[in-house]
Design a binder for this molecule. Structure first.
Ligand code: 1YM
Length: 634
C-alpha cells in the first residue's frame, strides 16, 4: 500500500489520526517541551508494560544525532499477524489507528499507561518519520510511517537470531506540530530513573549521541521503592537504616509504600499512580498521611511515650519523613492545576486502612525504629508548642500596639485588585531602596531581605518561622504554612524573587526557593512564584542604552549594532539606578522573568540539601562534578 493508494477502511483510520494532528493538546497535554517529552514516555510505557507482563528486562533509549529517538525492548515483540477485522498486520493497526480496538484493548496488566495513556498511534501521527522493527519467531519485520501514514507495507527485512525477540521504535517529532523539538537529557533521565525505581529489576540504558561526547546512563535498581527512598535520602542523616516497606492489595488496588525518617526537618512524600508522578498529591497521599498520624499517635499513647492529652499533629508525625507511595489502580481520575492530583475519593480510605494495618504491624515488630520515630515527632511537638507560646506573646504585643501586622520593611502597593499585584522579594536593603524608587507603586510591593536567609533544611519549622526574614516573607504573602496554609489568603498574584546575578545572589535564590518549596509548595504549583532576570550587560551606543541578558545575546546585539558600542557589565542590582532597574527588570512590558515550576524547585532543593545537608561524601562528589560550572543554574 502506498500513500496515494489507500482504500475506504484506511480513510477512517486517517480520520482518527487527523483529529490528533488537529488537536494534539487533547492527546499529549501540549505541543511544547512537555508534550514533546510525552511522546517518548508513551513509547517507553509500551516497553515497561512488557516488563510488567514478565517478559522484557532491558530497555535501550537513544537520542540520535539528528534528533530522533529510538526505544528498543526485549519483550514479546508487537504482534504482526493479520488483524481479523482489518486484514492488515496488527503492527500497522496498532501504529496507525487511534485506540486500536478489539482484542488489543484487553491488556489487563497494562497499567503504566501514562497520564494521557494514548498509545503509540498518537506518537506516529505527530512524527515526521517513524519506523517499527519487530523481532519475533526468527524474523525481523519492519514498517515505516510518516505522520501516521504507512510509507509501504510491512516487510520481513531479515532473520532474528535464535531466541531473540523485541520491538524497536524510532521516531522524529514533527516540527510543524511542536514548538520545540530538542529533547532534554536531564528531564528524560529523571523520568527513566523513576521508572526503574518503580519497577524493580528493570534496566534502562539511556544514551545521548547528539553532542561531541556521547552521554550514557544506566538505571537499574533491584531494591525498588526502598532503594528509591534511600536514594532520595542520600544527602541526609537517616534515623533508621532500613526503610519501612510494605505492599498490600485490596481488590483491584495495589499499594506499595517505602518510608524512611532522617534528621531533616522537612517532609518529602512522593506519590505515584500507575507509575505517573502525582506531583500535586491526592487521595492516595492523603490516605497514607492519615494512617501515619493515627498509628504514630496510637503507638505513642499505648507505650506511654505521649502523656495523657498529648497529641501529635500530622506535621509533627511527618517531620523528617521521606516516603514514596506507588499505587496501581483502575480508572484513575486526575485533577488539579497540572492534572497530577489523584481525585478518586474511595482510594483515601483504601490506602488508609492498608497503611494502618501494615504500619501497626511494623511498629509492633520493630520497637526500636518505632521509638526513634516517636522521639523525632515528640521533639517536633515540643518545638511547635514553644513556638506557639512565643507567637502568642508577639500577637499580644501587636494587639496592644497599632498597625496591620505586616512587616515594617514591606513597602506595600496601593491597588487592592489582587490579580494585578506583585511582591518583589529583594536581596539587600540598598537594592530594596532602588526597587522602591523604581517600582510601579500601584501594583508592585517591595520586601527587602537583609543578609542570608536561614537554611530550612537545617532548622525546624518553629525556628524557621522565628527567623525575621522568613516570618516577614510569610506574613507579607499572607497564606500561612503547613496545615494552616490557605491560598485564598495570598496577598499578591505574583511573588518575584530578585537577587544579584553573582554567587551570593544564586545562593539566596536557592535558599528562598527551597523555603517556598518546603513550606508553600502550593504557590509554586499554582504558578505564583517567579524569579526576576536582571540584565548582564549594558551597551551604550550614542545616547541610547541597550540591555542584554547573556553573553550570547551580547554577541548578537553587538553584531546588530555594527560592532560599535560601549559595553559595561552589571554585577549587582545595586549598580543600577531606579530608572534602569525599572526599565530592565521590573517593567512588566519589558522585563524577563522565569516562572518557577515544581521541577525547578525540586532541583534547587536537591542541590541545596546536597550542599548544605549533613552527608559529606555526596557533597564532595557534587562539587567535584560541578567544579567547572561557574554557578548553579536556576
Ligand atoms: C519500543 C516500543 O511497543 N513493545 C511492545 C508492544 C506490544 C507488545 C510487546 C505485545 C503485547 C501483547 C502481546 C499483548 C504491544 N501490543 C499491543 C497489542 N515497544 C513496544 N511489546 N504481544 C506483544 O498485550 O497481549 C499494542 S503494543 F495491541 F497487541 F496489545
Amino acid at each position: 500500500m502506498t500513500n496515494e493508494n489507500y482504500s475506504a477502511k484506511d480513510i477512517t483510520v486517517l480520520e482518527g489520526l487527523e483529529a490528533v494532528r488537529k488537536r494534539p493538546g487533547m492527546y499529549i497535554g501540549s505541543t511544547d517541551k512537555y508534550g514533546l517529552h510525552h511522546l517518548v514516555y508513551e513509547v517507553v510505557d509500551n516497553s515497561v508494560d512488557e516488563h510488567m507482563a514478565g517478559v522484557g528486562s532491558i530497555i535501550k533509549i537513544t537520542i540520535n544525532k539528528e534528533g530522533s529517538v529510538t526505544v528498543e525492548d526485549d519483550g514479546r515483540g508487537m504482534p504482526v499477524d493479520p488483524h481479523p477485522v482489518y486484514k492488515r498486520p496488527a503492527m500497522e493497526i496498532i501504529v496507525t489507528k487511534l485506540h486500536a480496538g478489539g482484542k488489543f484493548d484487553n491488556k489487563a496488566y497494562a497499567v503504566s499507561g501514562g497520564l494521557h495513556g494514548v498509545g503509540i498511534s498518537v506518537v506516529s501521527a505527530l512524527s515526521k518519520d517513524m519506523t517499527v522493527d519487530v523481532k519475533k519467531e526468527g524474523k525481523i519485520y519492519s514498517q515505516s510511517y510518516g505522520i501516521g501514514i504507512p510509507k509501504a507495507d510491512m516487510k520481513v527485512i531479515g532473520t532474528a537470531p535464535k531466541g531473540e525477540h523485541g520491538t524497536k521504535v524510532t521516531f522524529l517529532p514533527d516540527n510543524d506540530i511542536f514548538t520545540v523539538v530538542d529533547f532534554d537529557f536531564k528531564t528524560l533521565g529523571t523520568r527513566f530513573r523513576e521508572t526503574c525505581f518503580l519497577n524493580a529489576g528493570l534496566k534502562i540504558i539511556f544514551t545521548d549521541e547528539r553532542g561531541d561526547k556521547v552521554k550514557s546512563e544506566t538505571y537499574h535498581y533491584a531494591g525498588g521503592l526502598s532503594e528509591f527512598v534511600s536514594w532520595l535520602n542520600k544527602t541526609r542523616k537517616v534515623i533508621h537504616t532500613k526503610p519501612i516497606y510494605f505492599k498490600r492489595e485490596d481488590g483491584n488496588t495495589i499499594a506499595e509504600v517505602a518510608i524512611q525518617y532522617s534528621e531533616s526537618y522537612n517532609e518529602n512524600i512522593q506519590g505515584f499512580v500507575n507509575t505517573i508522578n502525582t506531583i500535586e498529591g491526592g487521595t492516595h497521599v492523603a490516605g497514607l498521611k492519615s494512617a501515619l498520624t493515627r498509628v504514630i499517635n496510637d503507638y505513642g499513647t499505648k507505650k506511654g511515650i505521649l502523656k495523657k492529652g498529648q497529641k501529635l499533629t500530622g506535621d509533627d508525625a511527618r517531620e523528617g519523613i521521606t516516603a514514596v507511595i506507588s499505587i496501581k489502580m483502575q480508572d484513575p481520575q486526575f485533577e488539579g492545576q497540572t492534572k497530577t492530583k489523584l481525585g478518586n475519593g474511595d482510594i483515601k480510605g483504601t490506602v488508609d486502612s492498608m497503611a494502618t494495618s501494615a504500619l501497626s504491624d511494623f511498629f509492633e515488630e520493630n520497637p526500636s525504629v518505632a521509638k526513634s520515630i516517636l522521639n523525632k515527632a515528640t521533639a517536633a511537638l515540643k518545638a511547635r508548642e514553644a513556638a506557639k507560646k512565643a507567637k502568642d506573646l508577639v500577637r499580644r504585643k501587636n494587639a496592644l500596639g497599632v498597625g496591620s501586622g505586616l512587616p515594617g520593611k514591606l513597602a506595600d502597593c496601593s491597588s487592592r485588585k489582587k490579580e494585578l499585584t506583585e511582591l518583589y522579594v529583594v536581596e539587600g536593603d540598598s537594592a530594596g531602596g532602588t526597587a522602591k524608587g523604581g517600582r510601579d507603586r500601584e501594583t508592585q510591593a517591595i520586601l527587602p531581605l537583609r543578609g542570608k536567609v536561614l537554611n530550612v533544611e537545617k532548622s525546624n519549622q518553629a525556628r524557621a518561622l522565628g527567623s525575621e526574614q522568613i516570618s516577614n516573607l510569610i506574613t507579607a504573602m499572607g497564606t500561612g504554612v503547613g496545615e494552616s496554609f490557605d491560598i485564598a489568603k495570598l496577598r499578591y498574584n505574583k511573588i518575584i524573587i530578585m537577587t544579584d546575578a553573582d554567587v551570593d545572589g544564586q545562593h539566596i535564590k536557592a535558599l528562598l526557593l527551597t523555603l517556598l518549596y518546603r513550606y508553600t509548595p502550593q504557590l509554586i504549583e499554582a504558578g505564583h512564584i517567579f524569579v526576576a532576570v536582571a540584565p548582564f550587560f549594558k551597551i551604550k551606543k550614542g545616547n541610547k542604552d541597550h540591555y542584554v541578558y547573556s553573553g550570547e545575546e551580547l554577541k548578537k546585539k553587538m553584531e546588530e549594532l555594527g560592532g560599535k558600542g560601549e559595553v559595561s557589565r552589571f554585577k549587582g542590582l545595586g549598580e543600577m539606578n531606579d530608572e534602569q532597574l525599572w526599565n530592565t527588570t521590573m517593567n512588566p512590558k519589558k522585563r524577563r522573568m522565569k516562572q518557577i515550576s515544581i521541577e525547578d524547585a525540586v532541583e534547587a532543593d536537591e542541590t541545596f540539601s546536597l550542599l548544605m545537608g549533613d552527608a559529606v561524601a555526596p557533597r564532595r562528589q557534587f562539587i567535584e562534578e560541578n567544579a567547572d560550572k561557574a554557578e548553579v543554574d536556576l
